[in-house]
Design a protein around this ligand. Structure first.
Ligand code: XMP
Length: 310
């Protein structure tokens, strides 16, 4: 594939489709939405509004990091603080599917739908890739009907259009396009991170306190394993407690699981035999988080386990 040519073609196509109208897109910091943001801005400049929705479920410092990175590339990104809305939608939920549904619904029907309506945009740029379409067709993923998800009825709101510049590409091509567009390795080669973000790594209810624990543990795991070259690694907060001893007092504390897997396409995965010293360091640092007194290493391949816990 000729990536330079692909970039030129997509910029011309976006320009031609949008004309003098306004467009909007949501940036998550993942490679797909990052590439769409750059293509869109090269094609449309000020006609494109890019938003980053802070859903309270991001990793440490992520919203500011992503917004600053794009600002430094000359691309303004509006940071939308929707943390309270997402936390309210998640309060009291413990069922994995209900949690995922609450996040999707809050993002599309509420927050992003409202932003689109306010922006007067007639075009949505979306980072759908070929695998998303294939998985939708195969019934693995929920329908990728973005307009319906944001609450727009195409028949009623004639003139709204979704543009999907990456819909013919697979992930490896998107990564190469990202590199050609000048995106650094921290975006182009980022390890997979799920849409529901840290909520996929909290078994049970998602609360600000529980998010703070899994966020701190995630930062430690990512720091320790970032040079490992492994496919994916994470920290998970269990919905259980265990007895421990801290400052000579018994403590009924939180349990964090470390997971580190190798995989080609995430359909199957094998557990990585991390060196004992690395595991010990992870355990020491993670049990230093306030309230956490146990750290476990997950030995399970996929299948039978999934990679994420929720
Ligand atoms: P599982 O947990 O199903 O995950 O073994 C397979 C791969 O997909 C990622 N994952 C997601 N990615 N939205 C995403 O964009 C999601 O809802 C989601 N759930 C899982 C997971 O991190 C792994 O790489």
């Amino acid at each position: 594939m000729d990536h330079e040519r692909f970039i030129e073609d997509q910029i011309a196509e976006i320009k031609g489709a949008v004309g003098g109208a306004k467009a909007i897109n949501a940036l998550s910091g993942g490679v797909d939405s990052s590439v769409v943001t750059i293509l869109g801005h090269r094609a449309l400049g000020d006609q494109l509004k890019t938003v980053f929705v802070d859903n309270a479920l991001m990793r440490e410092g992520e919203p500011q990091r992503v917004v600053t990175m794009f600002r430094d590339m000359g691309i303004p990104v509006e940071l939308v603080d929707a943390r309270d809305e997402f936390l309210a939608a998640l309060a009291g939920l413990t069922d994995p599917e209900e949690k995922r549904e609450a996040i999707t619904d809050t993002f599309y029907s509420k927050v992003f739908g409202r932003l689109i309506a306010e922006s007067e945009a007639k075009f949505l740029l979306h980072g759908t890739i070929l695998t998303d379409i294939e998985e939708t067709v195969a019934g693995i993923k929920r329908q990728h009907n973005i307009l319906a998800q944001v609450g727009i009825d195409p028949a009623e709101a004639y003139g709204y259009r979704v543009l999907e510049p990456l819909k013919a590409l697979r992930k490896d091509d998107v990564r190469e396009v990202a590199a050609v567009l000048g995106l650094g390795g921290d975006i182009a080669q980022r390890i997979p991170f799920p849409g529901p973000a840290l909520a996929a790594r909290i078994v049970g209810e998602v609360t600000p306190e529980r998010l703070a624990i899994v966020r701190a543990a995630t930062a430690i795991v990512e720091e320790e394993l970032s040079n490992s070259g492994v496919f994916q690694y994470m920290a998970v907060l269990l919905n259980d407690r265990a007895t421990g001893i801290r400052e000579n007092k018994r403590e009924f504390g939180q349990i964090i699981v470390v997971r580190c897997v190798d995989s080609v396409d995430a359909r199957t995965a094998t557990t990585v035999a991390l060196p004992w010293d690395t595991l010990k360091r992870l355990c020491e640092r993670i049990t230093g988080i306030n309230g956490v007194n146990r750290c476990l290493y997950d030995l399970t391949p996929k299948p039978p386990a999934a990679i994420e816990y929720v």
